[in-house]
Design a protein around this ligand. Structure first.
Ligand SMILES: Nc1ncnc2c1ncn2[C@@H]1O[C@H](COP(=O)(O)OP(=O)(O)OP(=O)(O)O)[C@@H](O)[C@H]1O
Length: 504
């Protein structure tokens, strides 16, 4: 009866709500679901500043690789249903403690009205039943923290407890009554709607993941703002260790975190319940546990892709400058290879100790390119006769000219394992391959980093297959698109985007 009343109440504003679906918004998986909940959250947020320069946004519309058409009635019904569901969800979040599986609204992918209607019609019934089952896995252990508990834990969000700041949030170190140390992420930037999207997106993704290399959520708080309570990573992020005032990172920690982050990404892409694309892999989003195990964090921009979608297309530039691949710039294409490219840039950071974009706005990818240090990888140069990484990399100018010293972080001195450095550099080269199809999958990256090179053979076959299709226009374009053009484009995009972000 109550739901019927809310539906009536909402029906009058439905047109407005439906219109909102076409408007730009930052998150995906839970975006539609969260429409209409914004007013009901009422977070008292202190700061509504615009987002950080390092993270960019512009107007968005999204599409998938699938064709689409349907009636708007179905969509209105879906929209209304999800609005009602999310209102209930937020009431529950406020009430706590814990969320039971039955009370949560199902997740569904974001599908814009114009471009993805048919797939929505086809998918929703399947999704609902599949998701109902999945909701049983929802983490009812998450605790709902009151504002006073969070204030007590953080000494009233004191400046001394501030351990991190991102484009969207402030992160405070806290100690719970039990003595447990936590990190409390308080969403502070963007409009109320944007913060809500981020919050829901992060919750909606984290609920599906469980892996040693993914940050762990302990609970949340929706009183006096939106808060995520996470396990504290005592060493902070890779960025804080690589670029902070602390002692320089030893090579063994760099290598361990590269492997750990690769394992976490491989899990997100290939082994968890959903195909999850993180979309914002970067040094500040890789946290380190007590024993320097890497944990991927910050799922505010993450997307999940249904299996039948080859990729997702966005017209909104979101992510972090310096980590975005060419196909994203050119066509707005998002898929696993978006993360693979960003991971390649992260590897370059670990090797060189240089930021993806430095203070003079120079991109690391361009810097390495301009030094002509790339391996310019062609798998065909790898010979099956001798399955050794040395062979695979031997032909490359970097090794030949013994240029490692130019590339490696000078603070490392000679304190690195040459074999590992070889592997990491070779992996970085193939991850930032300008053509997404030639980048490896993350499970292959894990294998190569660990020294198992058997996947190079399948990459080589794949490369051959791609080359055989050179008559197709698309591939022809890709061939034509040489590294000089790529660097020029990257440069141009950087200027455009910096112009954009400076305008924000
Ligand atoms: N669990 C944690 N333990 C320790 N430090 C953390 C934790 N979570 C976040 N931080 C610190 O806070 C910083 C900002 O966190 P986070 O990246 O989640 O915020 P954000 O606003 O979403 O950032 P972004 O601009 O990348 O989207 C991190 O780079 C890290 O230094």
């Amino acid at each position: 009866m109550l739901e019927f009343y809310i539906m009536l109440e909402l029906a009058s504003s439905l047109d407005t709500e439906v219109e909102k679906i076409d408007q730009p918004s930052p998150t995906d998986a839970l975006e539609d679901c969260s429409k209409g909940t914004v007013e009901s959250i009422e977070p008292s947020v202190e700061s509504m500043e615009s987002r950080g320069i390092g993270t960019m946004e512009s107007a968005e519309s999204e599409s998938t690789s699938c064709k689409a058409s349907t009636s708007s009635d179905t969509e209105n019904q879906l929209n209304l249903a999800t609005i009602v569901q999310w209102r209930g969800f937020f009431r529950l979040l406020k009430k706590g403690p814990g969320i039971t599986p039955q009370t949560l609204p199902p997740l569904k992918p974001k599908l814009t009205r114009r471009k993805s209607k048919r797939i929505r019609d086809e998918m929703v019934p399947q999704l609902c039943s599949a998701l109902d089952a999945e909701l049983c896995c929802f983490k009812s252990t998450w605790k709902n923290f009151s504002l006073s508990e969070l204030q007590e834990a953080t000494n009233n969000f004191s400046h001394e407890n501030l351990i991190g700041e991102g484009g969207y949030a402030e992160v405070y170190k806290g100690q719970l009554k039990s003595g447990k140390l936590v990190a409390i992420k308080r969403l502070t930037r963007g409009s109320t709607e944007e913060m809500t999207m981020d919050f829901l997106s992060e919750l909606g993704i984290i609920v599906h993941v469980d892996h040693p290399n993914i940050a762990k959520l302990i609970g949340y708080g929706v009183e006096g703002g939106l808060h995520l309570v996470l396990q504290l990573s005592p060493h902070g992020s890779l960025a804080s260790l690589l670029y902070g005032p602390k002692e320089k990172l030893q090579w063994c920690i760099r290598f361990k975190s590269a492997v750990g982050a690769a394992e976490g990404l491989s899990y997100l892409h290939e082994r968890c319940q959903r195909r999850i694309i993180h979309k914002d892999i970067k040094a500040s989003n890789i946290l380190l546990t007590e024993d320097f195990e890497a944990q991927i964090s910050d799922f505010g921009l993450a997307k999940w892709l249904p299996d039948q979608w080859t990729h997702h297309t966005v017209s909104k530039v979101e992510g972090t400058f310096g980590y975005l691949p060419p196909e994203f710039f050119m066509h707005g294409v998002v898929d696993e290879k978006t993360d693979v490219y960003a991971f390649g840039v992260l590897l370059l950071e670990l090797i060189t100790g240089r930021q993806a974009v430095d203070s003079s706005q120079q991109s690391l990818v361009m810097w390495v390119g301009s030094l002509n240090l790339y391996y310019n990888v062609h798998y065909s140069e790898y010979s099956n006769d001798s399955i050794s990484l040395h062979k695979f990399l031997q032909a490359k100018p970097l090794i030949k000219e013994n240029k490692f010293k130019e590339l490696a972080d000078p603070t490392l001195g000679d304190a690195y394992d040459l074999d590992q450095l070889n592997r990491v550099t070779g992996t970085a080269s193939i991850c930032i391959h300008q053509s997404a199809v030639n980048r490896p999958q993350m499970s292959q990256v894990v294998n190569i980093l660990k020294g198992d090179l058997s996947c190079l053979e399948s990459l080589k076959q794949h490369e051959k297959a791609v080359l055989q299709r050179t008559y197709s226009e698309e591939i022809h374009d890709a061939e034509e698109y040489n590294s000089t053009k790529y660097l020029n484009d990257l440069n141009r995009q950087m200027e455009i985007l910096l112009g954009q972000s400076n305008d924000v």
